[in-house]
Structures are given as structure tokens and as C-alpha cells.
Ligand binder design. Structure first.
Ligand SMILES: Nc1nc2c(ncn2[C@@H]2O[C@H](COP(=O)(O)OP(=O)(O)O)[C@@H](O)[C@H]2O)c(=O)[nH]1
Ligand SMILES: [Mg+2]
Length: 157
């Protein structure tokens, strides 16, 4: 999907970042933008200021907040779901992402952590209905970050 402005020039799309509290969403966004990782503070509101639309983990975790995410998704051409590689839990209902009209991709974060389990994380994302590519990254070591950045740019995002 590519938005075209009234001048006929292609507009770059945006992506919406979803995932549980502490999954590493904000840190990932800063790494993708090559920004300092030390000043990441807890996100309280949906943040439209950066490259990706950042959301508080609580919105993904609590059923009655999820409708806010659907509204935010209207502004996005792609939905990126973050799964903490050290977390064994799935916070989204099964097949939840099949209802999003945008393509959905998964990002497994914190692969540098010794407790990281990549296969489990991939399975959790698939169970949530993420149908696109899955990227394994560490914002701390930079592993996989440029691959993900290049992919997003290729989607015209
Ligand atoms: N080991 C490791 N920890 C990370 C990584 N990315 C984020 N974290 C840590 O995970 C915690 C939550 O990160 P944050 O970006 O605030 O998560 P958010 O709530 O999803 O936005 C922080 O303590 C981060 O330092 C990573 O790549 N590796
Ligand atoms: Mg955050």
C-alpha cells in the first residue's frame, strides 16, 4: 500500500509498533533511528513523533485499550509486533493480527540475552496471527537492526 499525495508524489508510509510493556519497542525505535539508547523512558501515550508510531505496552496487554490501537493503525501502512525473546508469554489473543488490513511483521528483541529463545518467540508471533517476515534483533548489540531498517525502507516506509 502506498499513499499518494495530491501532488502525485509518493508519500512514505509509517509503521505502528505493538507489543507488551518492556518488550523493547521504544529502544528498538531509537536503534532504528540511530539514536542514543540511554534516554529511553516509559511511554505513556501513543507517540507519533518518530519514524515508527510507538505505543505503550499496556494498550496491547489490556483488552479494553486495544481499540485505541485500531485507531492508531489507520495511520500506518505496516504493523510491527515486538516479542521479547526472554518472555514465554503471548499477550495477544490467537490470530489477533489477522484482523488488521495492513501487512504484519514480527520482531524478536533482546536476542543478546542468554535467556533468549528464538524458536519459541517465532511460534508466539505466528500464534498471534503475524503472517509477514520475522526479524531477530538486539538493540544493544545492533544485531539485525540494519537488516530490519533496510527492509522497512524497501517497503517505502
Ligand atoms: N538485553 C536487552 N535488553 C533490551 C534490549 N532492548 C531493550 N532492552 C531493555 O528492555 C527494557 C524495556 O525496554 P523499552 O524499550 O522501554 O520497552 P517498551 O516498554 O517495549 O518500550 C529496558 O530495560 C531496556 O534496556 C535489547 O536489545 N537487549
Ligand atoms: Mg516504550
Amino acid at each position: 500500500m502506498q499513499a499518494v499525495s495530491h501532488t502525485g508524489k509518493a508519500k512514505r508510509g509509517r509503521f505502528l509498533v505493538l507489543g507488551g510493556a518492556g518488550a523493547g519497542k521504544t529502544t528498538l525505535l531509537r536503534a532504528l533511528e540511530d539514536k542514543d539508547l540511554t534516554s529511553v523512558s516509559k511511554s505513556q501515550m501513543i507517540d507519533y513523533s518518530g519514524w515508527g508510531i510507538d505505543t505503550p505496552g499496556e494498550y496491547s496487554e489490556m483488552g479494553h485499550y486495544r481499540r485505541v490501537l485500531l485507531t492508531a493503525a489507520f495511520d500506518a501502512q505496516l504493523v510491527l509486533i515486538v516479542q521479547d525473546a526472554t518472555n514465554e508469554k503471548l499477550i495477544f489473543p490467537p490470530n489477533y493480527f489477522l484482523m488488521f488490513p495492513q501487512p504484519t511483521i514480527g520482531v524478536v528483541t533482546k536476542v543478546d540475552d542468554p535467556r533468549a529463545e528464538l524458536e519459541r518467540s517465532r511460534d508466539l508471533l505466528a500464534a498471534a496471527g503475524v503472517t509477514g517476515e520475522i526479524f531477530c534483533v538486539s538493540a544493544f548489540t545492533g544485531d539485525g537492526i540494519s537488516t530490519l531498517r533496510d527492509y522497512l525502507r524497501r517497503q517505502n516506509i
